[in-house]
Design a protein around this ligand. Structure first.
Ligand SMILES: Nc1ncnc2c1ncn2[C@@H]1O[C@H](COP(=O)(O)OP(=O)(O)O)[C@@H](O)[C@H]1O
Ligand SMILES: [Mg+2]
Length: 331
């Protein structure tokens, strides 16, 4: 693994209006190295998108970073000015989103949008930018690049639009790419193609990737490390192998059980009972305690801290050491 690119330490992100505030992300720490894929997994509403938008400093209105530290390539992003952030975005850090068709501008051709992205960041002629755009389209596996170059987004499939978004994201050879649910809106076969493409681009550019998804199946192949988030906090942070083979948080164990297995006949897919708590129902102790099959008194009284239970395997659970000794508890 290469050098560390991004370090997020104890990030806290809140929404505030005049009368109330709501903490969407709290005590979140992770890092990403060159050539590494970090998967961030969790149910909808767990704070995955707000975490990545915090790093990009692109939070929605009323959203603000209330604490923590974000270092990218030696620079402190929380003290960087907007001009400096603009220089980083699309240049050294890029992002692709869930809905590729909506992410593109419907009234401009694909070609003009890629050229525009290139010219925003690079001091080259329009002709050179066009050449580069066609080369990028080819690189992301688009057949008949001249035709696609002159097409409008609505004339292409979702998978093709996501390839175009990846071409735009890659136009400046970013060091770090945030991919927020990049395949959620796509068909299963197209999902696999897009994941292959991301892998290929990662190898070509030695990019770090933060792959955000609600689907543990997606990160099963692609990620090197995984952060499992629940209601704004990281529950477990470990290598993919440890997450899949030695999960130490009951929430991770539950997510694991809910992945469909092709080799096992299952009548009904397991799902974790209950709902992610919101600000009104947030329990006093561990935020997963209301749904946890292993809940004890302590869990309802005191929220656990994140602990390094095994080297570089962090867990936020009072009973993690017990699970470690007892092996995997949930069958
Ligand atoms: N613009 C917003 N205003 C207020 N709350 C928001 C806004 N966007 C997201 N949230 C809340 O922040 C929390 C985290 O959201 P998000 O990061 O989008 O979750 P995820 O990406 O994991 O589905 C959720 O509880 C969500 O309802
Ligand atoms: Mg999201």
């Amino acid at each position: 693994m290469g050098e560390i690119l991004l370090t997020v330490e104890k990030l806290k992100m809140v929404f505030r209006n005049r009368t109330a505030s709501f903490t969407a992300v709290e005590d979140l720490s992770f890092s990403v190295s060159q050539g590494q894929t970090l998967g961030i997994v969790g149910e909808s509403g767990s704070g995955k998108t707000m975490s990545s938008l915090s790093v990009m400093r692109l939070l929605p209105e009323k959203g603000e970073i209330a604490g923590g530290k974000i270092m990218f390539n030696g620079r402190d992003l929380l003290s960087a000015g907007e001009k400096q952030m603009q220089g980083l975005r699309g240049n050294e850090i890029s992002m692709i989103f869930q809905d590729p068709i909506m992410s593109l501008d419907q009234i401009f051709t694909i070609g003009s949008q890629i050229v525009e992205a290139i010219l925003t960041h690079q001091d080259i002629t329009k002709t050179a930018a066009k050449e580069k755009a066609l080369k990028l389209l080819k690189e992301v596996g688009i057949p008949n690049t001249e035709r696609v170059y002159h097409s409008y987004p609505f004339e292409l499939s979702g998978g093709m639009c996501q390839r175009v978004m990846i071409a735009i994201a890659l136009c400046c050879e970013p060091k770090l790419l945030f991919a927020d649910e990049p395949t959620t809106a796509l068909d299963v076969t197209v999902q696999a193609q897009i994941m292959d493409l991301l892998k290929k681009c990662q190898e070509a550019y030695n990019m770090g990737i933060v792959l955000i998804t609600h689907d543990l199946g997606v990160v099963a192949d692609a990620a090197d490390r995984i952060v499992v988030m629940y209601a704004g906090k990281s529950m477990e942070n470990a290598t993919k192998d440890e997450i899949f083979n030695k999960p130490l948080h009951p929430y991770t164990m539950g997510l694991m059980k809910s992945i469909p297995h092709l080799d096992k006949k299952q009548d009904r897919l397991y799902s974790i009972e209950g709902m992610v708590p919101d600000r009104k129902t947030m329990p006093k102790g561990c935020r997963f305690s209301t749904r946890c099959p292993y809940v004890q008194d302590l869990c309802q009284e005191k929220e656990p801290d994140e602990k390094e239970v095994v080297k570089e395997h962090l867990v936020r659970c009072h009973r993690a050491e017990e699970f470690l000794k007892g092996g995997k508890i949930i069958e």
